[in-house]
Ligand binder design. Structure first.
Ligand code: PSU
Ligand code: MN
Length: 308
């Protein structure tokens, strides 16, 4: 038995051994980001999308005190159904591993698992960031510090404007995390294609992104990369509409005294409920798009590594 608390699904282990493309997926989006059963449907379709684009999916979660890299459909259903599974960020890992518990991995802990396994690409919806009012609350997602330290590239639709996007980009800059726009000059705001902020560099082809990733890590520059991929035009929400809904969600959050790790799941659930699931439909579509792009980049990265 390995001394590390990690288990790879056989298909994932084989793909990594062969140098084939693999894309990691997170489980907090399943357990705490979407309602059941849409969460399970979305997780399975995400995996299928990655396969269609020529890569092997590896959904990450903590089961029985082990970091599992690649889950079965039954295990994904377990994450989808069981609202008792805690959201597990970096600080929660030691306890869950020691106690033999289950945990839904956030962007931060999915990066940790992916890096341990040797997976370089990860697809999700949105990253955590600096919350509005962080000057008072100090609520800055551990995702940002993980991006500073761990060698995994995260394909996302930017960050939700439940966050302070300009401050989120400042923190990423401080920590030397490149923010790439995939076929865009604008940093996207999850439900919408623009946030009013720009990206550091725009790249239009998977091969260009693969080269940047390779150059970064070959130069010994540890840490992740944000690959910002805007929601497809057809699924984007009206920005005034969603901004209004976000304001309402933030107001409810403050009124109910929600703080800490409960904030993001609360805001997501509030939005899904109060937009008649418009936000959920958009959320699902942008995740599939991120899966397709991450798989394309993973394939280009694998091809580049095979050549060098
Ligand atoms: N943003 C989303 N959907 C999500 C999350 C973020 O649009 O499901 C999840 C991710 O797992 C992310 C986490 O890592 O929330 C961030 O939580 P916090 O803000 O507590 O760090
Ligand atoms: Mn937080």
């Amino acid at each position: 038995m390995s001394t590390r608390p990690i288990s790879l699904a056989p298909e994932v282990a084989q793909a990594l051994k062969n140098g084939d493309p693999v894309v990691a997926l997170e489980s907090t989006i399943i357990s705490h980001g979407m309602p059941y059963p849409e969460n399970v449907e979305s997780a399975l379709r995400s995996e299928q999308t990655i396969r269609t684009h020529g890569a092997v999916p590896a959904t990450v979660g903590i089961l029985g005190g082990r970091l599992r890299i690649g889950l079965t459909a039954g295990e994904i259903d377990h994450f989808g159904q069981n609202s008792g599974i805690p959201k597990a960020s970096r600080r929660d890992l030691p306890h869950l591993l020691a106690a033999g518990g289950d945990g839904a991995t956030t962007v931060a802990t999915t990066m940790i698992g992916a890096a341990m396994a040797g997976i370089r690409l990860f697809a999700t919806g949105g990253i955590g960031g600096v919350h509005r009012g962080a000057q008072q609350s100090f609520d800055i997602s551990a995702d940002l510090l993980e991006l500073a330290a761990t060698d995994v590239a995260v394909v996302c639709a930017g960050a939700k404007s439940i966050l302070d996007i300009p401050l989120t980009l400042e923190v990423l800059e401080t920590h030397g995390v490149p923010v790439l726009g995939y076929r865009t000059d604008a940093f996207p705001a999850f439900y919408t294609r623009e946030s009013g902020c720009g990206v550091d560099v725009r790249l239009d082809a998977p091969e260009q992104v693969a080269r940047l990733l390779h150059s970064k890590w070959a130069a010994g520059l540890a840490g992740g990369v944000v690959i910002a991929n805007p929601i497809p035009e057809a699924f984007a929400l009206d920005s005034a509409y969603i901004e209004d809904m976000i304001e309402q969600a933030l107001f409810a959050c403050a009124q109910q005294g929600i703080t800490g790790k409960r904030v993001t799941p609360f805001l997501l659930a509030h939005l899904h409920e109060h937009t008649g699931n418009k936000s959920l439909a958009a959320n699902k579509q942008l995740v599939y798009h991120n899966c397709a792009v991450a798989a394309d980049i993973a394939a280009a990265y694998a091809a580049l590594c095979a050549k060098l």
